[in-house]
Design a protein around this ligand. Structure first.
Ligand SMILES: *Cc1c(COP(=O)(O)O)cnc(C)c1O
Length: 422
């Protein structure tokens, strides 16, 4: 199996090379040259999530150096469940927040970390991952890479601009994870990472690499829980379910579109967006106009220029095909609050502000088939928003509580990237 660039000006590469490179040399994103069919997978004979992950992902690693290790990588990466909650007849929530940092990004970040560790052992080399974070992404990456051999991680975050809990999750690791508190903004942090990559001497000497959400190694594992969820609901109801997915950079939902392309029993995929409505406007007008993001309560989805749209354009080509396959709705902050409150009152079920966009979109959804809203984070991560709406305090998930008990350590620096390498 080869992977090609969305921009069409790079050599096709195998999965391992795509994972190590991140971005294709022509600036595009790696996508599968073709999609294998799921027909070979007898899903009803599969007994565990890691086993299903192996079966779904194996064709993408056909002929790749990682192929012999794929089963073990899946066992190591996917150590937590993905429960399907039924709120009422035909209405489900797929909870993807039972990993170490209580958000769906744990699936992709952990698969990427174990894949890179194995590749580096095979290639007998080391690398240093640089991550600039405004909060959540850095936490998932730090947690996933902590203790992985041959990989050092440097996490940069803007001083006084991430929440206390987020800062704790960035600075509680030690070992191969080094946290840097930058006296500047998130944009400064990003600029420092860019400058470090541009510095050829430093980049070569330290073996710099990234682990951001456009990496193929984070995208591929995000197909698996859609296969898993769709198969379970179809088995129980006899019908293919619709997925409704809270989206920002569209990496999570890209996994759903890819799974559907492989033949997973998925009726449709709908994007729930916050007030960042670039994709809604595009589907309406036909004119794709990326823009600056606006701040919302669902802040992990505050994206005005969704990077994985490039992968959807490659999948669906023209506007008509896109409209047939992709629908999107924008939910504002007032409706997010209302959705959290209503869901609690109606079902006694507590959702995070991101998941709330999906639940709100479902409210107007008309179909005979079951619907699955994807829950992307544990509500306790956003207690400042959620607690006043439900009127009581939230219990932390055990994994997160464990992290918050650890000691923290970080290095304070200015905005010169060279301070990272002293
Ligand atoms: C990252 C994130 C999203 C958005 O996912 P994309 O892949 O960027 O579309 C939604 N909810 C939460 C909690 C997230 O952390």
């Amino acid at each position: 199996m080869k992977f090609i660039s969305t921009r069409g000006n790079a050599e096709p590469v195998g999965a391992s090379q795509a994972i190590m490179q991140g971005l294709a040399p022509d600036g595009g994103l790696y996508i599968p040259e073709s999609f294998p069919s799921l027909a070979h997978v007898n899903v009803h004979e599969i007994s565990s999530y890691p086993e299903l992950a192996y079966e779904v992902l194996a064709p993408f690693f056909n002929g790749d150096p990682l192929a012999p290790y794929l089963a073990e990588i899946c066992v190591n990466a996917f150590t937590f469940p993905a429960p399907m909650i039924q709120l009422e007849e035909g209405r489900f929530v797929l909870e993807l927040f039972h990993g170490p940092t209580a958000a769906f990004k744990d699936f992709g970040a952990r698969f990427l970390a174990y894949s890179m560790e194995q590749l580096l052992q095979l290639q007998k080399r080391k690398l240093t991952i640089l991550v600039a974070t405004s909060g959540d992404t850095g936490g998932a990456v730090a947690a996933a890479f902590a203790g992985r051999k041959g990989i050092d991680v440097k996490v940069l975050f803007p001083k006084n601009r991430v929440s206390k809990r987020q800062q704790h999750q960035l600075t509680c690791w030690g070992g191969n994870i080094e946290a840097y508190e930058v006296d500047g903004s998130f944009d400064d942090c990003q600029a420092m990472v860019k400058a470090a990559f541009m510095d050829e001497q430093i980049s070569r000497q330290w073996g710099l690499s990234s682990a951001n959400s456009i990496n193929l190694g984070r995208l591929l594992p995000q197909m698996v829980y859609y296969v898993y969820g769709a198969v379970r609901v179809q088995a129980a109801s006899g019908k293919k379910p619709h997925f409704i997915i809270p989206s920002g950079n569209v990496g999570n939902s890209c996994g759903a579109y890819w799974a559907r392309t492989m033949g997973a029993p998925i009726e449709s995929v709908t994007l729930a967006l916050n007030a960042n409505r670039t994709i809604v406007d595009y589907l309406k007008s036909g004119n794709y106009a990326p823009r600056a993001s606006v701040e919302t309560l669902a802040n992990a989805m505050d994206v005005g220029a969704p990077s994985n749209m490039e992968r959807l354009f490659a999948l669906y080509g023209d506007l008509a095909t896109m409209r047939l396959n992709v629908s999107a709705y924008s939910i504002d902050d007032a409706a997010i609050r209302q959705s959290i409150k209503e869901t609690y009152e109606q079902y006694g079920y507590i959702i995070c502000p991101h998941t709330a966009t999906g639940v709100r979109v479902r409210k107007d959804f008309v179909s005979e088939s079951p619907t699955i809203v994807v829950s992307t984070a544990h509500p306790a991560k956003f207690e400042m928003v959620v607690e006043p709406l439900i009127g009581h305090t939230l219990e932390m998930p055990p994994a997160l509580e464990e992290l918050l008990k650890r000691d923290t350590r970080c290095t304070s620096i200015g905005t010169d990237y060279r301070e990272l390498f002293q």
